[in-house]
Design a protein around this ligand. Structure first.
Ligand SMILES: Cc1cc2nc3c(=O)[nH]c(=O)nc-3n(C[C@H](O)[C@H](O)[C@H](O)COP(=O)(O)OP(=O)(O)OC[C@H]3O[C@@H](n4cnc5c(N)ncnc54)[C@H](O)[C@@H]3O)c2cc1C
Length: 817
């Protein structure tokens, strides 16, 4: 690679960082035919984190799309040596993940079912089969395992070198020893980079810069005002001396003991994902860091080693050749960052790999390059999208706290509904303490504390996690039935709220939204914003407040993404876009008794004539004011009350004081979810994403092609012409016992066809409920429904009812009562 080579003054794209991430992005852009791309590495390729990775390539990941990307990497790395001539050490030795508990068995078997939906070769096996493949292992307490014959191990530095060589073969320029001192921008757009090398400095003009700076990436981004929340942690492994007679072995993971094992050239490597990690680099990453390692900490590693010696007794007599401690970057939610930063056009990111950067970077580099090339991701990448980062997450104190937990999460039990334990309480509703005093058990989304369920007096206010019914199942049932039969109160203050106003607000929103925004002030419109493929970018309600002002209400988790979409698509229209999330709280009064309750706390008229469905009215409530929006996400009569934050506690108290006579019950987010899935209401990020065509998602009723042109209209017309190739179907398991969460395999007439996109328990319908896409090219509705459906959960197939109309209240009579 070139060191001392002259640095160009212009490039189509500049990649910052020559770890596996930057090399993969360069490789994939070059493969797409991008010629004048430049990768700058401050020291030498791989000298950051990449050189010392353990090199495990495991395809089984926690979710469907991460599994898809990991499989891409594994497939690519197998071919790379032949393509580039660089020996990558890639060996498909297979892998075994063993479970030591029934809970872990359920988890890995569930993952296996998901993986099969993506054509990954995976088998569930028992202790005897494990011993046959791994004779040295103590399997006395092994409950089960999964075997992936095509998983492997590699030499990570050489994978990066092979990607770099492949990039150069296809025209990319790679220069070592050049540090990017700033990513420059003007008028919200990237203009290039400033660089320096041994006292020499210069700049490259470019419209696209990709920050692949690993653990340096956060501070580099912060210089440009870009939020890239990550923090380094120490990560440990040991390598033994050569062990006599050790034969080739598959990679072994024992997550219940936080350990992974790799046999390499007759030695054993033992690595750890301990529950409480050690953050590192709080004052920034040292300038001279290059192929460095951190001091060993035997006391920290010892508990892992003790268990490992019991698991693999031959370790007891093996000498330790290397004690390795290296830094790696971790993120607040254990997922990496890809995509274009919302703050600056042309500023792209691929960083924060949480100790799975080798296995992830192949797929991530492919996906990011395609995204840059096409302007759209090749498939839904919301899980790792940089636009999920919240501005407050730049806070280093927060990051340091949180990453102590995220490292260990990789091997923790991934129970459904699992909540983060660290760095909590940052964003709170004005009635947080009120809810807490009444039994709220909180979960966190985008930093918001949200009441997920309410404990009874005397009940422990904590989650007991399980793959079966968790300790709050009956609480949810009481809340769910209160919403269906009486009235429930939800605090949805975490909703994102965006004000769009100005002379051109209407025409601008008409251009972006699929539904018709030209309605009377006071009307609420449910709509999607589509991309050019007809995929769903944003799912929202828009309330017309006046001739020139609109309020957009979006999920709390998607606010930054939605703001970015709005701002990116603003032309020269006279429109002001303001995030007003913190200005108003949202209290949702939902259920058949909602009207009678509202009539006691407010002198306004809540009849259908005075306040029909889909309208918003200012009301008096208690001794304050609110804007009451007649909409619902649970499928009942109800109002969302938008209350300025200063009056929220007062309005809450007024509702609670009057509520007892109407059967009012405080309800949490778990109940919101179970009610909305009974009604087959879609949720962005699960059931609907930028990959899902609005018509296939069953949301054609919210698309008005007759109103004139809008973004995605052509794709809607084309799909109408061509017919649907898949449809979102609602499922209910016939047996009331098993549970669905999401990612379970959907089986149609004996064949796995897709996965469940969201699931919960339908306490009114009396069984697990979920949504999932079913391929249906050229088929009629009757044909789709005539099939036999099962949902595969942890390897077992359960019969399911399928429906294209909501199983709960298909005629929507409850909403308009
Ligand atoms: C002990 C250990 C074991 C691991 N084992 C595995 C494993 O088995 N499997 C797996 O998949 N992953 C593993 N990982 C994780 C993996 O190593 C990382 O996720 C991956 O290497 C991250 O790659 P990167 O390119 O993002 O970062 P890096 O490799 O750190 O690359 C970033 C590069 O950017 C350069 N840079 C930064 N700032 C600038 C600038 N301003 N200008 C120019 N250049 C700059 C740096 O010098 C550096 O070379 C392990 C990690 C550790 C620590």
């Amino acid at each position: 690679m070139a060191q001392g080579k002259s640095v160009p003054t212009h490039a189509r794209a500049v990649i910052v960082g020559g770890g596996v991430s930057g090399c993969s992005v360069a490789y994939h852009l070059a493969k797409l035919g991008w010629r004048d791309i430049v990768l700058l590495e401050r020291k030498q390729l791989t000298s950051g984190t990449t050189w010392h990775a353990a090199g495990l390539i495991g395809q089984l990941r926690g979710s469907a799309n991460m599994t898809r990307l990991a499989k891409y990497s594994a497939d690519l790395y197998v071919k790379l040596e032949a393509e580039t001539g660089v020996a990558t050490g890639m060996r498909q030795c297979g892998s075994i993940t063993v479970a030591l508990t029934e809970e872990r068995k359920e988890e890995i078997f569930r993952q296996a079912s998901t993986a099969r939906a993506f054509d990954i070769d995976v088998q569930e096996i028992g202790p005897d089969e494990v011993r046959a493949m791994y004779p040295h292992l103590n399997v006395s307490d092994v409950t089960a395992a999964v075997h992936l014959p095509l998983d492997g191990q590699c030499d990570p530095a050489n994978i990066a070198m092979a990607l770099a060589k492949g990039a150069r073969q296809n025209g990319a320029t790679i220069i070592e020893g050049v540090k990017v001192t700033a990513i420059t921008s003007a008028n919200g757009k990237v203009t290039g980079v400033d660089w320096e090398r041994n006292g020499e400095s210069g700049s490259i003009a470019a419209d696209i810069v990709i920050n692949c700076g690993g653990m340096w990436g956060r501070d580099l981004a912060a210089q440009s005002g870009v939020t890239l929340p990550l923090h380094a942690c120490e990560h440990f492994y040991i390598v033994t001396e050569a062990i006599e007679g050790l034969k080739r072995l598959p990679v072994l993971r024992v997550p219940d003991e936080c350990a992974y094992y790799k046999e390499d050239a007759g030695k054993m490597l033992l690595g750890a994902f301990e529950p409480v990690a050690k953050p590192w680099g709080m004052g920034g990453i040292p300038e001279d860091f290059c192929f460095d390692q951190l001091p060993e900490d035997f006391d920290h590693f010892e508990p892992i080693l003790e268990k490992a010696v019991n698991r693999l007794p031959l370790l007891g007599t093996a000498g330790i050749h290397t004690f390795f401690n290296g830094p790696e970057s971790f993120t607040p939610d254990d997922r990496y960052y890809l995509g274009e930063a919302p703050e600056i056009k042309g500023y792209w990111v691929a960083a924060g790999y949480n100790s799975i950067g080798i296995v992830s970077s192949g797929g991530a580099g492919f996906a990011l390059a395609q995204w840059i090339h096409d302007g759209e991701p090749p498939f839904d990448l919301w899980e790792v999208d940089i636009r999920r980062a919240q501005p407050f997450q730049k806070n280093r104190h927060y990051l340091k706290n949180r990453v102590t937990e995220t490292l260990g999460l990789l091997y923790a039990d991934h129970f459904p509904y699992r909540q983060m334990a660290t760095a909590r309480g940052i964003r709170r509703s004005p009635i947080h303490e009120h809810l807490k005093a009444r039994g709220a058990v909180f979960g966190e989304v985008a930093g918001w504390e949200r009441a997920n369920w309410f404990a009874e007096d005397g009940q422990e206010r904590e989650y007991h996690y399980s793959w079966k019914r968790q300790n709050w199942f009956d609480n949810q049932k009481r809340e769910h039935l209160a919403v269906r039969e009486k009235v429930g109160l939800f605090d949805m203050t975490s909703f994102g709220k965006i004000r769009v106003e100005g002379r051109d607000a209407l025409s601008y929103l008409q251009r972006l939204c699929a539904n018709d925004m030209d309605v009377e002030p006071g009307r609420i419109v449910y709509t999607q914003m589509l991309n050019a493929r007809g995929g769903i970018e944003c799912d929202l309600t828009v309330t017309r407040l006046s001739e020139t002002a609109f309020l957009l209400v979006v999920p709390g988790a998607t606010l930054q993404r939605d703001l970015a979409w709005l701002r990116r698509h603003l032309g020269d229209e006279f429109v002001v876009i303001t995030d007003v999330t913190a200005a108003e709280s949202v209290l949702c009064v939902m259920g058949p008794n909602a009207r009678s309750l509202m009539q006691v706390v407010s002198p306004n008229d809540f009849s259908n004539d005075a306040h029909p469905f889909g309208t918003a009215r200012e009301i008096e409530i208690g001794m304050g004011l609110a804007r009451a929006h007649r909409v619902t996400y649970v499928g009942e009569l109800g109002w969302e009350l938008y209350v300025s934050t200063d009056q929220t506690a007062h309005v809450f108290e007024a509702l609670m004081d009057a509520g007892a006579d109407h059967g009012l019950r405080l309800c949490g987010l778990h109940t919101l979810d179970s009610c909305r899935i009974e009604k087959a209401f879609r949720h962005f990020g699960h059931d609907i994403t930028d990959e899902d065509h609005v018509l296939e998602a069953g949301l054609g009723f919210a698309v008005k092609t007759g109103k004139g042109d809008f973004l995605g209209r052509d794709a809607v017309l084309a799909k109408r012409e061509a017919g649907l190739s898949r449809r979102l179907v609602q499922f209910q398991l016939t047996d009331p016992e098993p549970l669905m969460f999401h990612n379970e395999a959907v089986v149609r007439d004996g064949e796995i066809v897709s996965i469940v996109t969201s699931g919960n328990y339908g306490h009114h319908l009396g069984g697990a409920i979920g949504l999932g896409y079913v391929p249906c090219a050229g088929e009629s509705t009757e044909h789709v429904l005539a099939s036999t459906y099962h949902i595969e959960i942890a390897g077992q197939r359960h019969p399911a009812t399928a429906s294209l109309k909501p199983l709960y209240d298909p005629g929507a009579l409850r909403v308009r009562m």
